[in-house]
Design a protein around this ligand. Structure first.
Ligand SMILES: Nc1ncnc2c1ncn2[C@@H]1O[C@H](COP(=O)(O)OP(=O)(O)OP(=O)(O)O)[C@@H](O)[C@H]1O
Length: 303
């Protein structure tokens, strides 16, 4: 089992503190590293990849320090954020070169396996410079997977991808997670993390902010009113009934929808159908407006 761990880890560049006293554990399966731009995600990935030493604290894989530890590097596959630069090589040449760097006994066979895993066999003889963004991402992944690492680290892998490419990458990463690899990917796009990762680690301004299942994190925030968007047969009547009932912290009409702030999540869920029935209003749609990472995120950033 491959478990990554940062322990009281900080990293600064001059007087910029990119990572500030972060402790986190990342085990097998898919984990999303979420944070706004400049939060320190790339620096965290570089620390875990062994590209950088921590200024203080420790970074380990299964308790072995990662920095300057070639034994550990063998277990790591890294998909960096920047685009592949060896545009004049073919996808296969690039993947074979990666296998050779790892001193694998049969670089050709290892490259074939990795190219098949990312479904790039058909395009392997084209030049990397001619690939689409999605293909470049996959060829970087083939290079990262060539030595069959237990850990895969990906820095903003979905950047610049169209929805089809994104879906393909999601499927690939799911397969990697199902195989029992420890997959960590960074993103500032909430949907991606929400779709792919059961486990999230949130960083804000270099600091650890939260971790866990995003819905659990949302539930922990019971002190914050939950918002709903409601469509009903008569929004105006429903708004008056809700205000009269006193079960909400705020009600507003917004075009065709009614926005409601419920003071208490469970109580409101139980009360709404009754209030609507008593007012003779039919509920057509009730959507929690903020049961998403977006709200977790803005909550964490605002506080
Ligand atoms: N090599 C470096 N030298 C100086 N400052 C750096 C260096 N690398 C990162 N930083 C700074 O550290 C902070 C965190 O940067 P980092 O790239 O880790 O964040 P990020 O969350 O990956 O952001 P983004 O999503 O924009 O890439 C930023 O203020 C950045 O300017």
């Amino acid at each position: 089992m491959a478990t990554l761990r940062l322990d009281a880890c900080s990293r600064w560049f001059g007087n910029v503190v990119a990572v500030n006293d972060v402790t986190m554990t990342i085990g097998p399966g898919i984990t999303g590293l979420l944070g706004p731009n400049g939060a320190g995600k790339s620096t965290l990935i570089h620390l875990l990849a062994g590209f950088l030493p921590p200024s203080t604290g420790t970074v380990t894989l299964d308790e072995a320090p990662i920095w300057k530890n070639p034994e550990v590097y063998r277990a790591l596959g890294i998909v960096p954020e920047r685009e592949a630069t060896y545009d004049h090589l073919t996808g296969r040449q690039l993947t074979v070169a990666s296998a050779e760097l790892h001193r694998l006994p049969d670089p050709g066979a290892a490259a074939r396996r990795a190219l098949a895993a990312v479904e790039m066999t058909d395009a392997q003889d084209r030049k990397v410079g001619e690939y689409s963004k999605g293909m470049k991402q996959r060829i970087k992944m083939a290079s990262a997977l060539v030595h069959d690492p237990a850990v895969l680290l990906l820095d903003e892998p979905f950047n610049g991808m169209d929805p089809r490419q994104r879906l393909h990458l999601i499927q690939l990463l799911r397969a990697m997670g199902d195989e029992g690899r420890t997959v960590l990917f960074s993103s500032h796009i909430l949907e991606e993390v929400e779709q792919l990762a059961h486990q999230i680690e949130v960083v804000v301004a270099g600091r650890y902010a939260a971790s866990g299942d995003y819905r659990e994190i949302r539930r922990l925030m019971t002190d914050r009113p939950h918002q709903y968007t409601i469509v009903s047969s008569d929004n105006r009547a429903l708004a008056s009934a809700l205000v009269a009932d006193g079960s909400t912290a705020g009600v507003s009409l917004d075009g065709d929808v009614l926005r409601v702030q419920a003071a208490e999540f469970l109580r409101f869920a139980a009360l709404l159908p009754r209030v609507a029935r008593d007012a003779g209003v039919r509920l057509l749609q009730v959507t929690p407006a903020d049961e998403s990472l977006e709200s977790v995120f803005s909550y964490l950033v605002e506080n």
